[in-house]
Design a protein around this ligand. Structure first.
Ligand code: URA
Ligand code: URA
Length: 349
């Protein structure tokens, strides 16, 4: 039994190391090769597990010839070993953030001025203006969190396209004060017109303002990695902001400014009809959901927008300032990935 106890200790140590390695990979430490998706556990963990299993088997066999009490003890021991194995398997997950260019981001993220300084650009597909998605929205369930509809109305099916919305906004929108404090371009949403997943940020920064495209600066590059970490590509998803014009000095848009611009986002949501909306950061979350609670409290818990699941998580610009928070965002994104996979397997059944 003493041997079995030390083997279990070894196993738990191995699991601890695996968890630490996963955490470092999540933080973008690129020299730690990400494990193959298919590899469920490290060699060390499985070789530590084998003697535990065999010791457990011997204990059980010996117990057969002893008293019923000893036999019960051995069986309980075996059950505990099985539980340990199950926990170990559950903790080993697929690797998060792909590692390309991660060290640069991790280093730059320690720079407190990152938010204003979004430099590199990335090419993605130009917005597609296909007509309406005519599919029925997927049935919602409570497996991934209780849904309390804030609005009994289901999302109306609009008789318009994304191009109609963008045309309505116009290239020189003057509906709110953000028109006139240095904006260069109105930044409309972009992405797949029938995306299953949508991201909503706060407002454009300097790079977005210059290019007229959302999330193309440093926060956008991190967002691309977050999208790739759940096995999707940027062009598969739809990306937008509550406000479409850059506020001077990247100030937070006022509630009034958000209220003026938000209807365009809501029209886009009604057209795209995603299965999940990820709201990035406090401002986007409060504007979309009217919640009183802050992002730190609400993140990771599915919310509801007219029957669409909404996952609040930290804003990528915040993750650049505090990379230790990437773990929470990764946890939230795994919930999103798992929910989307659940819907997919339902439609494949
Ligand atoms: N931050 C946002 O909230 N939106 C962008 O598009 C870029 C940075
Ligand atoms: N505060 C914010 O506004 N956004 C975050 O993502 C985190 C803290």
């Amino acid at each position: 039994m003493a041997d079995e106890a030390s083997l279990k200790e070894l196993l738990s140590l191995t699991e601890e190391i695996e968890a630490q390695l996963e955490y470092l990979r999540e933080l973008g430490v690129s020299y730690l090769a990400a494990p193959d998706n298919a590899r469920e556990e490290t060699q060390a963990a499985s070789s530590a597990r084998a003697p535990v299993a065999s010791a457990t088997a011997s204990a059980q066999a010996a117990a057969v010839n002893r008293s019923p009490a000893l036999k019960r003890n051995a069986e309980a021991e075996a059950r505990r070993a099985t539980d340990i194995e199950a926990t170990a398997r559950a903790r080993v997950t697929t690797p998060p953030w792909p590692n390309t260019a991660a060290p640069t981001l991790a280093v730059r993220a320690t720079d407190a001025s990152e938010q204003a300084d979004m430099a590199t650009r990335k090419n993605v597909r130009t917005p597609n203006t296909n007509p309406l998605d005519a599919s029925t929205p997927a049935p919602q369930d409570t497996l991934f969190g209780e849904i309390t509809p804030k609005d009994e109305l289901s999302l109306p099916r609009p008789g318009e396209t994304l191009a109609d919305v963008w045309q309505d906004i116009g290239p020189q929108c003057m509906r709110c004060p953000l028109c006139c404090e240095g904006r260069s371009k109105v930044v409309n949403s972009e992405g797949h017109p029938q995306a299953r997943l949508m991201f909503v940020g706060e407002a454009p920064g300097a790079d977005e303002d210059a290019q007229g495209r959302p999330f193309v600066g440093r926060a956008g590059q991190l967002l691309n990695k977050i999208i790739e970490a759940i096995g999707m590509k940027r062009e598969d998803v739809f990306i937008g902001n509550v406000n479409r014009c850059r506020p001077a000095n990247n100030r937070t848009p006022t509630t009034a400014e958000a209220a003026v611009c938000k209807p365009f986002l809501l029209r886009e949501i009604a057209i795209v009809r995603p299965d999940v909306i990820v709201v990035l950061g406090n401002t986007a979350m409060k504007n979309l959901l009217d919640t009183k609670e802050g992002i730190t409290k609400v993140r990771g818990q599915f919310q509801d927008y007219k029957g669409i699941k909404v996952m609040p998580t930290f804003h990528p610009a915040y993750l650049l300032r505090d990379p230790s928070k990437k773990r929470e965002t990764w946890d939230d994104m795994k919930k999103v990935r798992d929910y989307l996979n659940t819907l997919k397997s339902k439609t494949e059944d």
